[in-house]
Design a protein around this ligand. Structure first.
Ligand code: CMP
Length: 143
């Protein structure tokens, strides 16, 4: 196992529900360290670009609308097998299928308003971190 970094978004539904702390606590409880964290309001262009891989999916328009409806928390998480660990603690994309104790089981509303996003692989983690955090910003947060 290796120390990895992954990228997370606490989505507008979860920010509106006032569960930023509860979700962050789940990450920390799973052994993940918050390396970087900020609140941002995605523009339409940012949401479209970030979810560009889904542009041909029927839910793309609604997803972009949802992700721009309010502020989000973007974070860089670090730890042993952080990508897999984060996906475990998030639970299945569809909260109806998410295991007990996972973030999506506890805080998601439905498959779209599903509280959190997490990178699915090392390459996407690198791309997604770079989408929101500059190299200089990450370097300035080094511990
Ligand atoms: P996320 O992990 O951020 O990746 C893509 C997002 O699209 C996903 O979480 C959901 O918010 C949304 N999504 C995925 N599948 C569907 C679906 N079938 N219907 C609506 N939204 C979806």
């Amino acid at each position: 196992m290796a120390i990895e970094r992954t990228f997370s978004i606490i989505k507008p539904d979860a920010v509106a529900k006032n569960v930023i702390g509860a979700i962050t606590s789940k990450f920390e409880g799973a052994g993940l360290r918050i390396l970087a964290s900020k609140m941002v309001r995605l523009t339409d262009a940012q949401a479209k670009a970030f979810y560009g891989v889904h542009k041909d999916k029927p839910f793309y328009g609604d997803l972009v609308k949802f992700m721009t409806e309010g502020p989000v928390i973007v974070q860089v998480l670090e730890g042993e097998s952080a990508i897999t660990k984060n996906r475990e603690v998030m639970g299945a994309t569809n909260p109806e299928k998410a295991a007990a104790g996972t973030i999506r089981k506890e805080f998601a509303t439905n498959i779209e308003r599903n509280a959190v996003h997490g990178s699915d692989a090392p390459e996407t983690a690198r791309e997604e971190i770079a989408f929101f955090f500059s190299a200089a910003e990450m370097a300035s947060l080094a511990r």
